[in-house]
Design a protein around this ligand. Structure first.
Ligand SMILES: Cc1cc2nc3c(=O)[nH]c(=O)nc-3n(C[C@H](O)[C@H](O)[C@H](O)COP(=O)(O)O)c2cc1C
Length: 318
């Protein structure tokens, strides 16, 4: 399960905040979550336990339609929603404090598809960002209401609000068939370079993702790559000074570029131009190391041959 939580205190009484979130949900949800293009109630009446609606969203250019149900709704207190067609739940809990209200928002992704697991940390970051985005937008909208009340809008009208530009994702649920990593992995599979992600939070920093080119270069199938430290490509050829450079760089969370002797599954040696970069999240925490592998055997072989011929040519002239 992946959870994103965020809170904000808003200078509005709980009644106003609840009314904005719940009574005017069909109007206001697309305002705090601008990816929502249309929202259609599938139940009669306003929001209450059992209320079902369908949303169509455009996330990262991809349109998707999903349904959800209200699972708890207590006036001035809380609203809980659960996905029907997607495994998620979210909650708004309100804490009244005089004329202010603290909104506690939580989003939970209940299941990550098996093939998405390598990207779990990226999804976690997106969920955390999404939760912050919801609360930030709500605070902005509700605070703006103090100065300038929003014009009345018809309750249950189809939503046509043009989405304002934003950088973070809100309800990841509707796209949590793992669209972004799924598309990303297809893009990475078209790369000619090997691309790997290793997870420094796991014992011995195993590879959690490898693209098709890495399989091709190394000769190992993904099932024999994932879960192992990349050093297995060195075989018993461990006396390489460049390894000290890698160790020193990783110790300092720094990037590095070196050329290593590596061995394919067939035992054939190849020269691996390896670039390692730390990947950090918005809070500056290291989440993965990215490795880009480039088989330079032919290039280095050719340039060695050119050097040899140059020397010969130079010798010939003398
Ligand atoms: C993301 C990443 C990718 C790596 N890719 C390779 C690789 O393709 N070939 C290799 O020999 N070492 C690779 N390494 C380096 C080894 O995993 C390891 O860091 C290196 O052997 C030095 O550490 P050690 O002394 O624990 O073996 C990679 C490291 C990282 C973090």
């Amino acid at each position: 399960m992946i959870r994103g939580k965020a809170s904000a205190t808003i200078r509005q009484p709980a009644t106003t905040v609840f009314s904005f979130i719940v009574d005017d949900f069909l109007t206001n949800y697309p305002r705090w979550s601008p990816e929502v293009q249309s929202l259609r109630p599938l139940s009669e009446g306003g929001l209450r336990v059992g209320f079902v609606a369908e949303q169509t969203r455009v996330d990262q250019g991809r349109r998707s339609t999903s349904t959800f149900r209200v699972t708890a709704c207590d006036r001035d207190c809380r609203l809980h929603i659960a996905g029907i067609s997607q495994p998620f739940q979210l909650s708004f809990e309100l804490e009244a404090d005089g004329s202010s209200t603290k909104i506690n928002f939580a989003f939970e992704l209940l299941k990550v598809d098996f093939f998405m697991r390598p990207f779990e940390k990226l999804i976690r970051v997106a969920v955390e960002d999404g939760a912050r985005g919801v609360v930030t937008n709500l605070a902005r909208l509700l605070e703006a209401q103090v100065q300038l009340p929003a014009p009345p809008q018809p309750l249950l009208a189809p939503v046509q609000t043009p989405p304002p530009p934003r950088q973070t994702m809100d309800f990841l649920a509707s796209k949590d068939d793992g669209l972004i990593p799924f598309v990303l992995s297809q893009i990475l599979d078209t790369c000619v370079n090997g691309v790997t992600l290793s997870d420094p939070d796991q014992p011995d920093s195993p590879i959690v993702y490898a693209n098709s080119a890495f399989e091709r270069i190394s000769g190992y199938p993904r099932s024999e790559i994932i879960g192992r430290n990349c050093r297995f490509l060195q075989g018993s050829d461990r006396d390489q000074p460049e390894l000290d450079e890698i160790r020193a760089a990783l110790k300092e969370d720094q990037g590095i570029e070196v050329t290593l002797r590596n061995y394919r599954k067939s035992g054939q040696m190849f020269l691996n131009r390896l670039s390692i970069r730390p990947l950090i999240d918005r809070k500056g925490r290291l989440i993965y190391y990215l490795g880009v592998q480039y088989d330079v055997t032919t290039q280095l072989g050719a340039s060695a041959e050119i050097d040899r011929l140059r020397i010969q040519l130079g010798d010939g002239r003398r």
